[in-house]
Unconditional design. Sequence first.
Length: 404
Amino acid sequence: MKLKWRTDFDKQVIVENFDKRGWIKSQNADDWNIFWATKESVRTIFNPDTGHRLGEAQLLNHFPNHYELTRKDLMSKNIKRFRKDLEKENNPLAEKDDSGNYKHLDVIPVTFILPGDYTIFVEEFRHNPNSTWIMKPSGKSQGYGIFLVSKLNQLKKWSTSSKLPFQSPTFKENYVISRYVDNPLLVGGKKFDLRIYVLVTCFKPLRVYLYKHGFTRFCNEKYTASDAELDNMYVHLTNVAIQKHADAYNDKHGGKWDINNLRLYLEMTRGKEKTDKCFNDMQNAIYVALKSVQSVMINDKHCFELYGFDVLIDSNLKPWLIEVNGSPSLTTTTEGDRKLKMELLQDTFAIVVPQDWGSHESKYGANTYTGKSCGNFNLIIDEGTQEDRKKPGLKKGMLPPLWK
């Protein structure tokens, strides 16, 4: 079966993967089998005013309301709601420690959404006046519009209103403000975060694959928590879009490390037991985030999602989920980057369009692959299996590590 492809992106790794599979480029905007689309195209496709419906043999790389997880404000809102729901159910996963923190669900830093939460944010700030916070536009990426805050008057100056912060007509979108993780784990004195790739082929029931390879992204300048360097984004933000402009940027390795190299480093410096727990906790954070949107996500069988989870590890080896990208960058800045992303898409297409896809009507959709692994992907959550359904509560999400 010769499939027809379409994409909004002029990215070599996408087109090469289509060509390698013998698929044909569509010459008609509506005549395609698989569409690697922008969020704007997805919005148009699912706009009820257009009356458009996906055909039986069509696949799309986003769920209709993917933004429930990938917008920073909605991710925070959904995780908070999920935690409250579990508390009401007396679910053991909502257990808290003596300090009132969740033992299993404390996966994101304390976060408020502005302007709506401004009053309670101020109250929290005054309880911890020496803390640093990080401010981000809810719908932007690549480090755009981010800045750090250590004093309330910094917010008041930033807001263009002289009376009530954030009530100005020029304030057009929500921002999130989160407690800054000021004790990040450092390697060579530099801060880093992790990009972890996660493929979801179905939300109801949840079916999730974790990619073995991802990468760490390093800052170019050594970390300091000094107020004098709060505006120095080469110290605080790991985004390649920012770091590539630093004088010390190395375009051979792009300031990146393979996740498996990080794991080896941690095993040597912190021990295997602590390292295993850290990586297990990362997997738990992924699970909590996906479960938090399961009830609100529109589960269309024609859709799949390749997420880029961004995780920061603190000096106690506790991972914090920073954000989830619905369109992780497929730009390749190094040869290693190109190899990783070529294989990532190759394995993604092998799962959503397996060899027997379309062999008969029941084989259409993004969730027809039945294997537990494919290339570098391993199945970590499968709520559709009889075995998984028998497990009580949410403990089925606490799976053994598959990173090895």
